[in-house]
Design a binder for this molecule. Structure first.
Ligand code: G6P
Length: 367
């Protein structure tokens, strides 16, 4: 096992470091000569033009990819998207539009609820697409179309690199759908692809700054509750950041859409409670910042996660983390990295079993 970890202390940190390569391999598998080519996925231009509605169905972190994808696909391709937990979808007798596309996201391709959702969709005669990491897995075999993520084998229970490659699959689908449906210009199309190709190097830069997060994490070991807040895509990032934290550090954490705080959660803020504000979306920056300030005035200790340039965050945040600038649609790919590192280092500082957290399984093949 030590050999498989190639010198890293845990699989999770090894897999965090493998993200630039996993992302770039996945990008390279669908970008040919500067253009996205979905021929291996199998969706034709005619089929893409006809999609009336997208349903994204998944569990756990893959569901969080769906939440981010919903914003990106709707904004770029202007196709209505609904994202659902597979365990809910399968029991609600879903009404599916016959011209819809059901997208099942699953690292393992074996999650029982996701597989059941796929089968229900096929039974209704709706076209299905699996975004899957494991070749030949059940979802890959049964879906009408398959987009393989090239994360390679993921061992740590808490997903990192598979999640990052699933985001890439979602972005490339969104950009290609947008182009084929005439929603973006050739110039915008080229710009988005160029930006995607810069993501691996930007992820690398964030990972190189890990010691600062390790230091901050060492101060959070006695935290009782941690709250992650954000709006829009920043809410999707918060969901994943919170899951990473709770699943491996055993610290209770919650993600809230920042605007919902006032409807209950803010009563949980006590002196010293850590609130992590995610602010990567320029048009939402001031709104979320004001929610952070509201938490601070009730005693919260604030961490701000934003892009380089937004240095005024330091006027309010007690600890600030910056990510490189990117197109806001793709910010999840960068902002999630410090949150993965934070969860990881809190778990390590607490001396927990990072790669095999209690009660959790890598792949949930039973209900
Ligand atoms: C488990 C894993 C999660 C994963 C979820 C869905 O809970 O611990 O990391 O996101 O299952 O798994 P899948 O293989 O369908 O992506």
């Amino acid at each position: 096992e030590a050999a498989e970890k190639s010198g890293y202390e845990h699989f999770m940190i090894k897999e965090i470091h493998e993200q630039p390569k996993a992302v770039s391999d996945t990008l390279n598998s669908v970008i040919k000569d500067g253009m996205i080519d979905l021929s291996e996925v199998g969706l034709s231009e005619e089929e893409i033009k006809e999609i009336s509605q997208i349903y994204i169905v998944a569990c756990g972190s893959a569901y969080h990819v769906g939440v981010a994808a919903q914003y990106v696909m709707e904004d770029l391709a202007r196709i209505p998207v609904r994202v659902e937990l597979a365990s809910e979808f399968r029991y609600r007798n879903p009404i599916l539009d016959p011209k819809g596309l059901v997208v099942i996201i699953s690292q393992s391709g074996e999650t029982a609820d996701s597989l059941a959702a796929l089968r229900e969709s096929k039974k209704q005669g709706v076209k299905t697409l699996g975004i899957v990491n494991v070749i030949g897995s059940s979802i890959a075999r049964e879906a009408d179309n398959v987009y393989y993520t090239l994360a390679g084998p993921e061992i740590a229970v808490a997903t990192t690199k598979a999640y990052s490659t699933q985001l890439i699959a979602a972005y490339t689908l969104a950009i290609q759908f947008a182009k084929i449906r005439g929603q973006i210009t050739e110039e915008q199309y080229a710009g988005y692809i160029e930006e995607l190709q810069s993501i691996p190097e930007k992820i690398q830069r964030i990972i190189e700054d890990k010691e600062r997060l390790q230091w901050f994490a060492s101060k959070q070991v006695n935290a009782k509750d941690i709250f992650f807040i954000g709006r829009g895509i920043d809410y999707a990032i918060s969901l994943e950041g919170s899951l990473k934290m709770k699943e491996i550090s055993y610290i209770h954490s919650e993600a809230y859409a920042a605007g919902e705080l006032k409807h209950g959660t803010i009563s949980l803020i006590e002196e010293g409670t850590l609130v992590i504000g995610v602010l990567t979306q320029p048009e939402l920056y001031e709104k979320t910042l004001s929610n952070m300030v509201e938490c601070k005035s009730r005693g919260a200790y604030l961490m701000g996660l934003t892009t380089f340039g937004h240095y005024n965050i330091e006027e309010n945040a007690d600890f600030s983390v910056y990510i490189p600038k990117t197109d806001p649609h793709f910010a999840t790919s960068l902002a999630v990295i410090p949150l993965q590192l934070l969860g990881y280092y809190v778990s390590v500082a607490k001396g927990l079993d990072v790669d095999k957290p209690r009660n959790l399984a890598k792949s949930v093949t039973v209900e």
